[in-house]
Ligand binder design. Structure first.
Ligand SMILES: *Cc1c(COP(=O)(O)O)cnc(C)c1O
Length: 366
């Protein structure tokens, strides 16, 4: 039996009537840009993330871009981030004329290693941007301490982590700003591109609200040079329907993760390491093994959905060759790129399907 990595149709089916009604309502008022659903979703999302503000933007990438801009990042500045993430985390830094400074990851959580951040700080550093990869928060306390010592801002890339917690604090509420993506394959996805910035800081919230609408509060009066980066009303309407389901979907993911963990115990396969302070939401269930590429072929033959997040660390990307990094600079990120693979974990996966995945993995190692 083929098992997909993700099946969005199954998530849509039980909420179809609600979504269709919400979409119809938007067409009834035709306020496609900054319509009432945007404000309503921002209020609901701020409550969910336990922040004073949530600001809808056009994508997760734009959330990072606008948040860094609001923190004052510009040409010549440096932003410290992980060497191992989705491309946007590093790309946006360059878009602002700033320089991404990479730091290696912890070998078991794949999150930025706080012990290696301090030595990356220079007089040009403006922001530390940890990424809560796969749905588990980075170890934030040491990061916040380093930031406080050096007068830096902390922007959380929480694109894979809505609902995740660090010592009881919600992802996106821990640093100065949190950035989220509603790309359809994320644990909370819309029907296209969408994103959001959270913050408890009124001035930063005000600045990203300015930046998303060409830098103007009133039409044709521009305080700063901004962007066109709004969350569409239609996407906000869909997200308003989906947000109340998120906790249940997360429970299903966590349940599936626990079943995998039990089934894979004892195999020469690294299952996700979860810190005791973490509430992991399993945007991905990522395992690792030395003979990963053989496992990939095995899964492919059996039509078991899987994907490598991420095969190439940032310092090996052609576009960052000019930064002067070389092989061996970030050994853990390099190793992760060669050993990780993510397995189906979506909430609507049936037990039979999960057993199929488990059976395939167990037989591979037999
Ligand atoms: C998805 C993702 C982004 C970018 O989000 P988009 O909405 O696709 O622009 C940024 N960072 C991480 C870690 C992501 O997973």
């Amino acid at each position: 039996m083929a098992v997909p990595l993700l099946d969005l149709k199954r998530q849509y089916a039980p909420i179809r009537a609600e979504i269709d009604r919400a979409v119809k309502q938007v067409f009834d008022h035709c306020g496609f840009i900054m319509g009432p659903e945007v404000k309503a979703f921002e209020a609901a999302a701020a409550e969910f993330c336990r922040t004073r503000h949530a600001v809808g933007v056009a994508s997760g990438s734009d959330a990072l871009l606008l948040a860094l801009r609001a923190c004052g990042v510009g040409p010549g500045d440096e932003v410290i981030t992980s060497a191992f993430s989705f491309f946007a985390s590093a790309g946006v830094i360059d878009h602002l004329g700033a320089v991404p400074v990479f730091v290696d990851i912890e070998p078991d959580t794949y999150n930025i290693d706080p012990a290696q951040i301090e030595k990356a700080v220079t007089a040009k550093t403006k922001v530390i941007m940890p990424i809560h990869l796969f749905g588990q928060c980075a170890n934030m306390d040491p990061i916040l301490n380093i930031a406080a010592t050096h007068g830096l801002k902390v922007v959380e890339d929480a694109a894979q982590a809505i609902g995740s917690q660090y010592k009881g604090r919600s992802a996106g509420s821990i640093g100065d700003m949190g950035c989220f993506s509603f790309f359809p394959t994320k644990n909370l996805g819309c029907a296209g591109d969408g994103g959001m910035i959270t913050t408890n800081d009124d001035a930063l919230a005000d600045m990203v609200r300015l930046l998303r609408q060409h830098g103007g509060r009133t039409e044709y009066v521009h305080e700063v040079i901004g962007y066109n980066s709004r969350l569409d009303t239609l996407q906000a309407a869909i997200l308003l329907v989906k947000l109340p389901h998120l906790r249940g979907w997360t429970d299903s993911r966590r349940h599936n993760a626990a079943r995998y963990n039990a089934a894979f115990a004892g195999l020469p396969l690294k299952t996700p390491a979860v810190r005791d302070w973490a509430y992991h939401i399993y945007n991905q269930y990522t395992v690792a093994c030395d003979n990963r590429d053989k496992l990939l072929a095995w899964l492919k033959d059996r039509q078991i959905g899987h994907k490598i997040y991420y095969p190439v660390p940032f310092h090996f990307q052609h576009c960052f060759a000019g930064l002067g990094y070389k092989a061996g600079d970030f050994p853990q990120a390099e190793k992760a790129g060669k050993t990780v693979v993510s397995l189906p974990i979506f909430g609507e996966m049936t037990a039979t399907e999960q057993d199929e995945v488990i059976d395939a993995v167990v037989r591979f190692f037999a």
